[in-house]
Design a protein around this ligand. Structure first.
Ligand SMILES: NC(=O)c1ccc[n+]([C@@H]2O[C@H](COP(=O)([O-])OP(=O)(O)OC[C@H]3O[C@@H](n4cnc5c(N)ncnc54)[C@H](OP(=O)(O)O)[C@@H]3O)[C@@H](O)[C@H]2O)c1
Length: 358
């Protein structure tokens, strides 16, 4: 496999590379890449054949979108590139202001029609384009009805301002409801889900993966290296001064848990067997997961992107994949137990029954 091993994203005609370039690091910030560095990362991804670029209106306060727009224009590549950006987080208030109890404009965030129109117009301006290929709801706001979100995004498809849309960071039922309504009404529905997914973050397998399969949505994992943890550059004894995770973790939970160190060790054993960096093993595992359409990779340096892209050429054996699955297996949940082979066998009188598409 390589970056030109194109596939469709979900049940759609959108043709994408198996690895997408995430540009959360583009622009100023504690773990960001300056313009020259960002351009080198963008060029390295494009030179390797990649066609799928992901940004957001909130990355580096909008600077990521400005840089991505400039790089695409300079490359004269707007027609070749699948350009994705996102709305949803609040553009008027820092998280600090929010936690202090106010200061921001509630209409500068969320999934209501008023914010989506505002956010899209601002993104188009920063990106210097008149349409977005894939428009993501970055996070569900917890209040806007699914019907309103579908109506607003469907209208934008019909108006030609976006080609497709997808949902990121939402409860599985939100995706399920949207896909069901869209099918029944024969209107545009979400074609993909963007979720945290890696060897150390497999919770979404329980509910989101079945919803994606049922609803015709491709899965796009974010943080497939757990923010750099699965590159193996951090040490159990001392995690300071090494990279993004040495500072304040923007996503709350610490990656430095005993369970995660054990999973990393299992991946390192496989890496030694195949004589590849452990980051490539972690990415190859993600690429091989059923339902995963395209995996987002991020980088602060061009050498990282060059090395990570090579994961597409790494095929782990079934035995190695099984060992990684076992070492990283998520704790059973109510719904995974209900759909386990043991329960199915019990239901069918001790017989093994294979379902459609399994
Ligand atoms: N929808 C969402 O809510 C959401 C959330 C997060 C991200 N995303 C998207 O997903 C993309 C990828 O996420 P991510 O950046 O967290 O992915 P990641 O692949 O888990 O982490 C990337 C970071 O790991 C380190 N790294 C990468 N390759 C390395 C290597 N070979 N050796 C050593 N260190 C390496 C670098 O950080 P340092 O060098 O600074 O350590 C790099 O910035 C983002 O750009 C964004 O587009 C979406």
């Amino acid at each position: 496999m390589n970056l030109t091993d194109f596939r469709t994203l979900g049940r759609s005609g959108l043709v994408v590379s198996p690895l997408a370039l995430g540009t959360m690091t583009f622009g100023p910030g504690e773990w960001g890449a300056d313009e020259a560095n960002s351009r080198a990362i963008f060029d390295a991804y494009r030179d390797a054949g990649g066609n799928f670029i992901d940004t957001s209106d909130i990355y580096s306060g909008g600077e990521s979108e400005r840089l991505v727009g400039r790089f695409i224009a300079d490359a004269g590549a707007r027609d070749e590139i699948v350009l994705a950006t996102k709305f949803g987080f609040n553009a008027s208030a820092s998280p600090l202001t929010a936690s202090q109890g106010g200061g921001g404009n509630p209409h500068a965030g969320g999934a209501g029609a008023k914010n989506i129109h505002r956010a899209l117009d601002a993104s188009l301006k920063r990106l210097g384009t008149d349409y977005i290929d894939l428009y993501w709801m970055h996070i569900w706001d917890g209040v806007t009805p699914v019907e309103e979100i579908l109506q607003t995004l469907g209208d934008l498809v019909r108006a030609g301002k976006i080609r497709y849309f997808g949902f990121s960071d939402m409860p599985a039922w939100v995706g399920c409801k949207a896909a069901t309504i869209a099918t029944e009404r024969r209107v545009p529905g979400p074609i993909a889900m963007q979720l945290e997914y890696s060897l150390v973050a497999r919770d979404v397998e329980a509910e989101h993966f079945p919803v994606a399969r049922e609803g015709g949505m491709g899965i796009m994992p974010w943080s497939p290296l757990a923010g750099g943890f699965l590159s193996g550059k951090y040490r159990r004894e001392d995690t300071s001064g090494t990279g993004r995770l040495s500072g304040a973790n923007p996503f709350g939970d610490s990656k430095f848990t005993d369970r995660n160190w054990d999973i990393l060790e299992a991946a390192q054993t496989v890496a030694a067997e195949v004589e590849r960096p452990v980051a490539q093993v972690a990415l190859a595992w993600t690429l091989a997961r059923p339902g995963v359409a395209s995996t987002l990779i991020g980088a602060s340096k061009v050498s990282q992107i060059e090395s990570n892209v090579a994961a597409t050429g790494l095929r782990l054996s079934d035995e190695q994949l099984a060992r990684l699955d076992e070492a990283s297996a998520p704790a059973p949940t109510f719904s995974t137990v209900l759909t386990s082979p043991d329960i199915r066998r019990m239901v069918f009188g001790g017989r093994a029954v294979t379902g459609w598409g399994e």
